[in-house]
Each structure stands twice: as structure tokens, then as C-alpha cells.
Design a protein around this ligand. Structure first.
Ligand SMILES: C[S@@+](CC[C@H](N)C(=O)[O-])C[C@H]1O[C@@H](n2cnc3c(N)ncnc32)[C@H](O)[C@@H]1O
Length: 367
């Protein structure tokens, strides 16, 4: 069996039943109960806000404080958080049973195409370690021993149920939006050296490898546990990826190293001090003519009505994603131009996936 398959946390009968329960609970909350929030938001809560303040609510923050008083929201939020905790516990049960085998299976047997370089002296930034992002037990920085892969195994398990549980059923993957943008706007662009920033377990790389089969990939993350899990997976898929544990704010890559630099749903998890550093570092290591493209969840509050800007901001306040809301309020073009990209070579737009079943926010620039 391929290492990639053996690394995936496969549930036994009871564990699979538990996963199914968590998934159905998430669907019930996100698809059946969420519409009730809008009824309360538009009706009772807005009325109460106006009565108290003598005006209509203007910001999502005002309405957050108002909604926190509403029993329907309290019930919904408590269920949501419980389902999220159950989701991680479901993964932990499988992990605990399989852990002794997983670490040895994660060792790549036979000749390697790619590589793995971890750095025990690297300081994982506080914005990654200070909270367990979206509730993942131990967080991304979890490192129980020198071979530990639990951060990666738990992340993959969690993301499977997390995405599906939000009601995402489409097959157009997020990276397909970046590839679509590049195909439509730079049809001649054929990158042969690609860097994925904040790659976690490398889940986005196969899509890029399919689109750019001649490319050599480098992938960095601050979490060694993610990289140790991603490396054998990519080896099993036959994709040449050089994983290294590095902070995207300051890497050891030489100037002008890459044709394409991407990040996939990563930058909403970095601090606002780190964000401009990452733009500058990307500019330094990008080749002239190269493209930097960052993909994010499509939550630009300025383009949303008040209800959606409040609803979509849930993760900032109740799901350990402290930088989520602020990224979406940010003018990303400013740090990109400050990093050295010419303004008319930058982009900041919403792009559908390859098969139009979702829309993603992408921004970046060409050097
Ligand atoms: C939500 S995950 C990204 C998902 C991943 N890109 C994918 O396609 O599946 C965010 C990742 O970014 C990493 N990260 C956060 N800050 C970083 C930094 N400054 N440099 C490198 N990686 C970072 C985290 O450790 C985590 O693995």
C-alpha cells in the first residue's frame, strides 16, 4: 500500500460512525439552523439595537455585541463549538490508535525524489503557537518528539470534516482558482520553480503539479509536524517537493529563486506585522517576471452586506482565528506595493474555481 494511504487516519466501525455523526451535526448547524440566525439578526436583534442606540447598526462589531445577547445565537454558537470540538476528538481517537504505526510509516522508504529539512532551532512565531488555530488540539506547532507527525495527521483529518461540514460539496478546489487566474491573465506563463508558503501537509500541491507538470516545488511551513506528514504523501504521489521548515517572513532562499510563489488559505493566520514581511520576502525571492499569488477565503467585508460580514466573522471571535477579520478589512495592495511590486502589476480580485462551484479571493503581483 502506498505510504500516502497508510498515513491517512482510517476509522474503524465506531470511529467512522462518530465521524458521520459529527458531519451530520455540522450540516444540521450550518445548513438547517444558520438561516434562523438571519431572521433573528434582521428582526429582533436589529430592533433591540435601534431601541438602545436610536439608529440602525453600522458595523459587524456592533451587531456582534447585540447578537451575543440573543438566545438563538447562544444556542447556535454553543452547538457550533461543540461540533468543532467533537470533530477534533474524533480525529484524536483514530490518531491515538494508529500513532505507533504512523510514525514509522511516515519514513520514506527507497530513493527519494523530493526532500525534507526540519530545523529544531527555528522559533515558531507566536501568532501560530499562542492559540490552537480553529481548535486543533496542540495547534500547528505541536511537537511531541523529533519524529512527531501528529500536527499533520490531525490537520488533515480535521480539514476533511471541516470543509465538508460547512456544506462545501463542490469539486473545484481552491488552487484551481489561482490556476484559472493565471491561465486567463498570463496564458504564456509556464513556471518551472514554484514555492508554496504555509504548505501544511502539502494538500494544494497536487493541483499545481497537474497544471505545471515540469515544475520543481519547494514548500515551507513553520510546523515540522506538518512537513513530516506532507513529505511521504508527496513522495507517494510522485511529485518532487522540497519541504523545509522555514518562516515565510525570512527564508534562506537566494534572491530571484522562483517563477511562482503561492500561498493557499494561509495569510489569514499570520499576524499583521508578519504580513508585510512576507510580501517583501516573496518579492526578494521571486524571479523578475515571476508571479506571487495568494489565495484566501472570499470574505471582503466591504463587499458584503452587514449580516454576512457579521456571520462570516464568526471564526475571528469564536474559533481561534484572531487575524481572520482584520485581513479582510485590509487594503492588501499597500503592503504589496511597499514590498516592491509596481501598482499596475498587482491584482486583488475574486476568482471562481475551475468548474464555477466556488469563488476565492486572490491577490498578489508580478515582479
Ligand atoms: C491553514 S494552513 C494552510 C493550508 C495549506 N496551505 C493547504 O493548502 O492545505 C496554514 C499553515 O501556515 C503555516 N504558517 C503560518 N505562518 C507561517 C509562516 N510565517 N511561515 C510559514 N508557514 C506559516 C501554519 O503552520 C499552517 O500549517
Amino acid at each position: 500500500m502506498a505510504p500516502q494511504e497508510t498515513l491517512t487516519l482510517v476509522g474503524n466501525h465506531d470511529e467512522s460512525a462518530r465521524d458521520a455523526f459529527v458531519l451530520n451535526l455540522k450540516w444540521h448547524i450550518n445548513l438547517d439552523l444558520s438561516p434562523g440566525l438571519k431572521t433573528v439578526f434582521d428582526g429582533k436583534a436589529t430592533k433591540a439595537f435601534k431601541a438602545k442606540n436610536g439608529r440602525a447598526p453600522e458595523t459587524r462589531h456592533e451587531m456582534r455585541r447585540q447578537m451575543e445577547q440573543e438566545p438563538y445565537f447562544q444556542m447556535w454558537g454553543s452547538l457550533w463549538s461543540t461540533a468543532q470540538t467533537l470533530m477534533w476528538q474524533s480525529g484524536e481517537t483514530k490518531f491515538d490508535r494508529m500513532a505507533p504505526n504512523l510514525e514509522s510509516r511516515a519514513k520514506v522508504k527507497g530513493p527519494k525524489k523530493g526532500s525534507l529539512r526540519t530545523d529544531p532551532n527555528m522559533e515558531v512565531p507566536r501568532y501560530v503557537t499562542a492559540v490552537d488555530i480553529h481548535g486543533q488540539p496542540g495547534g500547528y506547532g505541536l511537537e511531541l518528539d523529533d519524529n512527531d507527525i501528529s500536527a499533520g495527521a490531525m490537520y488533515e483529518q480535521g480539514m476533511l470534516l471541516y470543509g465538508k461540514g460547512q456544506g462545501q460539496r463542490g469539486s473545484g478546489t481552491p488552487p484551481s482558482a489561482v490556476i484559472r487566474y493565471l491561465n486567463e491573465n498570463h496564458p504564456e506563463f509556464a513556471p518551472t520553480s514554484i514555492l508554496d508558503i504555509g504548505c501544511s501537509v502539502g494538500g494544494s500541491i497536487p493541483d499545481y503539479a497537474k497544471a505545471y507538470p515540469n515544475a520543481v516545488f519547494h514548500a515551507i511551513d513553520v510546523s515540522a509536524g506538518m512537513l513530516r506528514y506532507g513529505h511521504p504523501r508527496m513522495e507517494a504521489e510522485g511529485i518532487v517537493v522540497h519541504f523545509s521548515q522555514q518562516n515565510a517572513e525570512h527564508t534562506d532562499f537566494k534572491d530571484n529563486s522562483f517563477d511562482l510563489i503561492v500561498s493557499n488559505i494561509t495569510l489569514h493566520e499570520v499576524s499583521h506585522k508578519a504580513f508585510p514581511h512576507i510580501m517583501k520576502e516573496s518579492h526578494r525571492i521571486l524571479k523578475p517576471g515571476g508571479i506571487m499569488a495568494h489565495l484566501e477565503v472570499p470574505l471582503r467585508n466591504a463587499k458584503m452586506d452587514l449580516y454576512n460580514s457579521w456571520y462570516r466573522d464568526w471564526s475571528t471571535h469564536y474559533n481561534n482565528e484572531p487575524f481572520w477579520g482584520k485581513l479582510h478589512d485590509m487594503d492588501v495592495i499597500e503592503p504589496i506595493t511597499n514590498a516592491g511590486f509596481k501598482k499596475d502589476q498587482t491584482f486583488d480580485q475574486f476568482v471562481p474555481t475551475s468548474n464555477d462551484d466556488g469563488t476565492w479571493w486572490i491577490f498578489g503581483g508580478q515582479k
